[in-house]
Design a protein around this ligand. Structure first.
Ligand SMILES: Nc1ncnc2c1ncn2[C@@H]1O[C@H](COP(=O)(O)OP(=O)(O)OP(=O)(O)O)[C@@H](O)[C@H]1O
Length: 258
């Protein structure tokens, strides 16, 4: 069932009298519980599209429906969990206390906050941070902090997670490791994830669908369904079908690169 529906969406930005056509005629239908990546050259509008879906930016034309709600209504109903490039952790709170933040913020009308410490600890364990529940953010590396951000999004109860290049600041090996951990959590929780990335292998490994975009103006070139079996974490490094998808997407991106 489609949970995110984008129809004829367009967006322009004006800066110092110059107009940039960030998105032109975007149409997208994403099913509940799927992992979708947006990939494309810098400036093709990936973050803008993610932000419009999440109600953080408004479109000039077109329509976005989130399970029948507008993005702002969906935002007010706590439908979205955001994972930005740099994790927003409060330095004075321990890791487990940072994990509990979304539930604390989202509790309704002063109701008592009930922590599900077991789930939160389990999620931290899944990202290799089981021993750091009582540590403070400054004791963790950038990659470890980003893993807290991911675990926290899955603990938040939000059914749709919007991730804007969450691994962009990490080295290659850490990135690979975290994407495996993200996959194994996703395979267990099956939330709807919209994930912005520049990395083709990462997009293929993680996704059910890869949305390939081109720039000036930002448009969807192709939507590639990734029919690789789960669990992906058990997939062979040199699986030929995996490589076929990587080549296909690379070719689509090269066609449009200027
Ligand atoms: N607030 C803004 N004001 C003016 N122009 C903007 C604004 N936000 C985005 N843009 C422009 O819109 C276009 C799309 O930007 P966006 O950040 O969505 O692209 P992107 O594909 O996510 O890029 P990157 O991969 O580099 O993060 C770019 O040309 C950008 O400069």
């Amino acid at each position: 069932m489609s949970v995110i529906l984008v129809e004829s969406l367009s967006k322009r930005f004006s800066r110092k009298g110059q107009w940039t056509e960030a998105l032109r005629n975007i149409n997208l239908e994403l099913d509940s519980g799927t992992f979708v990546s947006l990939i494309g050259p810098s400036g093709c509008g990936k973050s803008t599209l993610l932000r419009i879906i999440g109600g953080l930016e408004t479109a000039d034309a077109g329509k976005v429906s989130i399970g029948g709600m507008t993005p702002l209504e969906a935002q007010a109903s706590k439908v979205f969990g955001f994972v930005p490039q740099a994790p927003a952790l409060f330095p004075w709170r321990t890791i487990i206390e940072n994990m509990q933040l979304p539930q604390e913020v989202n509790r309704k009308g002063g109701a008592a906050y009930e922590s599900n410490r077991e789930d939160e600890t389990e999620l931290l364990r899944a990202v290799g941070l089981g021993d750091f529940t009582n540590a403070y953010p400054k004791e963790l590396s950038g990659g470890m902090q980003q893993r807290v951000g991911i675990a926290r999004a899955f603990a938040s109860g939000a059914p749709i997670l919007l991730m804007d290049e969450p691994f962009s600041a990490l080295d290659e090996i850490t990135r690979e490791k975290i994407s495996h951990q993200l996959m194994s959590i996703w395979e267990k929780h099956q939330k709807t994830v919209v994930f912005v990335t520049h990395n083709i292998r990462e997009a293929v490994f993680l996704s059910d669908k890869v949305v390939v975009m081109s720039s000036r103006p930002g448009r969807i070139t192709e939507i590639v369904d990734i029919n690789l079996p789960h669990p992906r974490t058990k997939m062979e490094e040199n699986d030929p079908i995996f490589h076929d998808y990587v080549h296909q997407i690379r070719a689509l991106l090269q066609e449009r690169w200027d």
